[in-house]
Design a protein around this ligand. Structure first.
Ligand SMILES: CC(C)(COP(=O)(O)OP(=O)(O)OC[C@H]1O[C@@H](n2cnc3c(N)ncnc32)[C@H](O)[C@@H]1OP(=O)(O)O)[C@@H](O)C(=O)NCCC(=O)NCCS
Length: 250
C-alpha cells in the first residue's frame, strides 16, 4: 500500500486523529495528568513540523510519530530524566538556540497496519529530517512493547534479554537496534503519573486497601500506593540514540 507522509505543520487538521491514534494504542491512565501530558498539545503547537503522519490512499491516518528538538551534548550522563523532562524543557523554555538532536517521544501504528515497516519509515524520516538541523540525530525514550508482560522484571534486565539468535528480545527495541541505534541507559522515571488512590480504585474497579505495589494492565511496572493516599505510576523507558549519518542526509 502506498502511503503519504505529511506533518501537522502542513495538515493541522490531522491533530484530533493523531490524538485518537495514540490513545487507542495506550492504556487509558497513560494520558492522565502529568508534567509531560499537560504539555503534549504544547508540543504540537510549538513544533508542528516534528509531528509526522502517514496517511493511506483515503487520507486516513495509519501511523504517527511525535518529536521535538532538544539540546544534548552527546553524553549518556546528560540525557534528560525522561519524556516528562523533555516536554517541560522544550514546551516551557524551548526551542533550543541550536538543536543538537530530535527527541522522538511517541510512535504509534494502527494495529491493523503493524509489522509492515511503517514505524521504520517514520523513524527513518525523522532521522533524515534531523540530518538537516540536528547534528546528533535522534534520541528516544523507548517504551518496549512486550514489557507489560513482565512488570516485575527490572527494565535494565529486561532490556538486556536476548533471543537465541542474539537479537534483542523486545520487538520494538529490536527495530531500533536493527536500524543502527545504540542503547544509552534506562530512564527510570521517564513519565510519572501521581493520582489519589480513589482515582486508581475507580479505574481498576476494585479497592487498593493499603500501601504496596499493585498490578496495572498495560503498565511496564506495578502501581505503587503510598501511605499518603496517592498511587504513583513511574514508567521506566530505555534511552536509545540513532546517530545522524551520511545515509540520512537529504
Ligand atoms: C511500537 C509500534 C509503533 C511498532 O510498530 P510496528 O509496525 O509493529 O513496527 P515494526 O514493523 O518495526 O515491528 C517491530 C517488531 O514487532 C513485530 N510485530 C509487530 N506487530 C506485531 C504483531 N501484531 N504480532 C507479533 N509481532 C508483531 C514485528 O514483526 C517486528 O519484529 P521483528 O523485528 O522480529 O521483525 C507499534 O507496535 C505500536 O504502535 N505500539 C503501540 C504504541 C507504542 O507502544 N509505541 C511505542 C512507544 S513510543
Amino acid at each position: 500500500m502506498s502511503l503519504t507522509l505529511t506533518d501537522l505543520s502542513r495538515d493541522p487538521w490531522l491533530l484530533a486523529e493523531v490524538d485518537d491514534l495514540i490513545s487507542a494504542n495506550m492504556p487509558e491512565f497513560m494520558s492522565w495528568e502529568s508534567p509531560g501530558n499537560w504539555r503534549w498539545h504544547g508540543m504540537y503547537d510549538r513544533y508542528p513540523a516534528h509531528q509526522l503522519c502517514l496517511l493511506d490512499g483515503n487520507g486516513r491516518l495509519v501511523a504517527a510519530a511525535n518529536g521535538l528538538p532538544v539540546a544534548w551534548d552527546g553524553a549518556a550522563s546528560s540525557l534528560p530524566s525522561g519524556s516528562d523532562e523533555v516536554l517541560v524543557e522544550a514546551v516551557d523554555h524551548g526551542p533550543p538556540d541550536r538543536p543538537d538532536a530530535v527527541c522522538m517521544l511517541s510512535v504509534s501504528v494502527d494495529p491493523a497496519h503493524r509489522a509492515a515497516g511503517h514505524a521504520e519509515r517514520l523513524l527513518t524520516e525523522s532521522l533524515r529530517r534531523a540530518a538537516q538541523h540536528a547534528p546528533r540525530g535522534v534520541i528516544i525514550p523507548v517504551r518496549p512493547t512486550r514489557k507489560p508482560h513482565y512488570p516485575l522484571i527490572p527494565m535494565e534486565e529486561y532490556a538486556a534479554w536476548r533471543l537465541p539468535d542474539g537479537r534483542s528480545f523486545d520487538p520494538w527495541l529490536r527495530t531500533h537496534l536493527r536500524l543502527g541505534a545504540r542503547r544509552l541507559g534506562i530512564a527510570e522515571r521517564s513519565l510519572v503519573i501521581r493520582q489519589p488512590v480513589a482515582r486508581w480504585e475507580e479505574y481498576l474497579g476494585h479497592p487498593l486497601p493499603g500501601p504496596g505495589d499493585y498490578p496495572l494492565l498495560g503498565a511496564l511496572v506495578p502501581l505503587r500506593v503510598a501511605e499518603d493516599g496517592y498511587g504513583t505510576y513511574a514508567e521506566p523507558n530505555v534511552w536509545v540514540h540513532h546517530p545522524a549519518t551520511a545515509d540520512h542526509a537529504p
